[in-house]
Write a protein that binds this ligand. Structure first.
Ligand code: ADP
Ligand code: MG
Length: 588
């Protein structure tokens, strides 16, 4: 490893030369105080994607106790926290712009309200490491050697010293962070033991600052309070502040049982806000978020209508029988699915990927997919309606397939007879109206007849054809991410706007690399669930670095990866023959 003095001398010699001279920075530099700087990739010019560097501090110098990050959940939380600490230190220690383009800018991919496994910071037995994007300083296309010297030989060591070592205060904060994530994991584990689909803590703050921000609403938020009849108390491995602020090792709140749950209530009374909390509660949240002690089953998937999406080889027959002109729906293909067929495909794909809990909101559902009432049944004969509405399948999903549903439905009482639990949101407070809904369902018959003609069966999983998944752009792999709504993948664009549980752009980037990596598991007609298992196993054992080095990645769930794959317009699949679960059969 070269020394800081050698780095300084090199940068001084480079001053005024053309930008390409920066290439000689590649390699490892000892900056003193146990800090190493690795320059992994050097940008081609000051306007190009910034250079990639890692700041590493030796464990002995860093001094983080191993107990802090013992176990998978704590380790992920500590790394996530460390990236935030580095981001804060950048704001304090780095001057910023020093020349043209991105000159002088330093960036770390730190997270938002959710705590996610991410590539930005790493902790190992021997060291802690922050992965940075750095804009090497230039005037026009000429190296600014003095500026670079200040940036690399002074600011970065100060940054490392401010962000990477343990201190008493930092340890307390990191501890609180890891404790909080561990609590969330414990709540998720107890859901399964207690026969629950989701949990929302008393005192939780659900509403967000705005439609564009995941930060908690600061003024006027009504704290959550469970109805007594649905209140459960779960254990916490680490003490956490209760509704009154004092530290507790248990938390009480609303336990939503497995089965079919209806969330009803007047408009603007907080129904969608509750559902959105559950959508996000598959991930832990940072202390102070307001949803720290809210948890949903890890396999909860938001389902919505998404007209215009592509669907390939999806057996939606359980929800939609033959279409006009005798078009089959087993399997169903479309380059431009309708509201109802897209929603059916979204359910079938979620089940294929292993979802055990579906989250639906009337706001984003296709009405004809959700219900056909008695009057419509009288007017349009069932022989001319291919849709078996969700209301006639939702119980079978639970009873035959073991899949629970939580459904926001303020506009249609035909769901009363299929619900196990009905919760009314009134003035942002939940009430248990299950008995009342059942009484009304008996007293006022809906008059509709059940429209399912055959029992609901799990669709046979599809086998994606690896040759139809091509991340190559004109020359090399192109994974292009501008936000959380879409993914440039090779020469295609994958529209992810409707995949609402994607939290951040770095997950989208990881999805791109994951699709590219997954092709190697798609041999011999391997069915999608097995492919996703292999991908999960790869990520569990080797982390995000197994997908791509030198990219800002955050881990997506298998459901989001599968959702992106299903929306790839070039995708082709083999549909395994009847009675088989592993594939082989004819191509689509
Ligand atoms: P619904 O789906 O019942 O029509 P929403 O969940 O969309 O209602 O909520 C309507 C508005 O009320 C939103 O702006 C939301 O942020 C706000 N809101 C929701 N829950 C609360 C709460 N507990 N305290 C304060 N405001 C809330
Ligand atoms: Mg709503």
């Amino acid at each position: 490893m070269q020394t800081a003095e050698e780095l300084r001398a090199l940068l001084r010699r480079m001053d005024g030369r053309s930008y390409g001279a920066y290439r000689s920075l590649r390699g490892a530099w000892a900056l003193g105080g146990g800090v190493a700087l690795f320059v992994d990739r050097v940008q081609g010019d000051p306007f190009a994607a910034p250079s990639r560097m890692r700041l590493r501090l030796d464990s002995l110098d860093a001094g983080w106790p191993a107990a802090l990050w013992r176990g998978r959940v704590r380790r992920i939380a500590f790394e996530d926290w460390l990236a935030r600490r580095v981001a804060d230190a950048i704001a304090r220690e780095v001057r910023g712009r020093r020349g043209s383009g991105k000159s002088g800018r330093v960036f770390i991919d730190s997270g938002g309200q959710a705590v996610l496994e991410r590539s930005a910071a790493q902790v190992e037995e021997g060291f802690v490491e922050a992965r940075l994007e750095v804009g090497l300083p230039a005037a026009g296309r000429r190296v600014l050697g003095r500026e670079a010297e200040e940036l690399l030989a002074e600011e970065l060591p100060r940054l490392a010293a401010a962000a990477l070592p343990c201190s008493e205060a930092a340890l307390r904060e990191a501890q609180r962070f890891a404790d909080c994530a561990e609590n969330h994991a414990a709540l998720q584990a107890q859901l399964t033991e207690r026969g629950l689909a989701a949990f929302v803590a008393d005192g939780a703050v659900l509403p967000r600052e705005s439609g564009a921000s995941q930060r908690p609403l600061r003024s006027g938020a009504v704290p959550f309070r469970a109805p007594d009849s649905l209140r459960v108390t779960l254990d916490l491995p680490n003490a956490a502040p209760g509704p009154d602020g004092e530290m507790q090792r248990a938390v009480s709140g609303l336990g939503i049982p497995l089965g079919v749950t209806l969330i009803v209530g007047g408009g603007y009374h907080g129904k969608s806000t509750l559902l959105q909390t559950l959508e996000r509660a598959v991930h832990p949240h940072i202390p102070g978020d307001g949803r720290e002690c809210c948890a949903a089953l890890p396999s909860a998937v938001k389902i919505r209508a998404e007209d215009g999406r592509r669907v390939v080889g999806c057996d939606i027959h359980g929800f939609i029988r033959e279409l006009p002109q005798g078009r089959s729906t087993a399997p169903f293909h479309s380059d431009d699915a309708s509201g109802s067929t897209s929603q059916a495909a979204n359910i079938v794909e979620a089940l294929e990927a292993g979802a055990k809990l579906l989250l639906l909101d009337e706001d984003s559902s296709a009405t004809n997919f959700m219900v056909r009432d008695a009057r419509m049944q009288a007017l349009v004969h069932r022989d001319f309606e291919p849709i078996t509405p969700f209301v006639d399948r939702v119980r079978e999903l639970h009873e035959a397939l073991g899949v629970s549903t939580i459904l926001v439905m303020g506009g249609c009482g035909d769901y009363f007879e299929v619900a196990d639990t009905t919760i009314e949101m009134r003035d942002y407070a939940p009430r248990d109206v299950s008995a009342e809904a059942r009484r009304i369902a008996t007293a006022q018959q809906s008059g509709r007849v059940r429209e399912a003609r055959a029992p609901l069966r799990a669709a046979r999983p599809r086998a994606p054809l690896p040759g139809s998944i091509d991340a190559k752009g004109r020359r090399e792999v192109r994974i292009d991410v501008r936000g959380r709504d879409g993914l440039g993948f090779g020469e295609q664009h994958i529209d992810l706007r409707a995949v609402e549980q994607i939290v951040e752009p770095s997950q989208v980037r990881a999805i791109g690399y994951a699709l590219h990596a997954a092709r190697r598991f798609m041999t011999d007609g391997a069915a999608l669930p097995g492919v996703l298992d292999e991908l999960d196993a790869l990520l569990d054992s080797q982390g995000l670095d197994a997908l791509a080095r030198g990219a800002n990645l955050a881990r997506p769930r298998r459901f989001e990866i599968a959702a992106a794959l299903g929306r790839l317009r070039s995708l082709r699949v083999a549909v395994p023959p009847k009675g088989s679960n592993t594939g082989g059969g004819g191509e689509d």
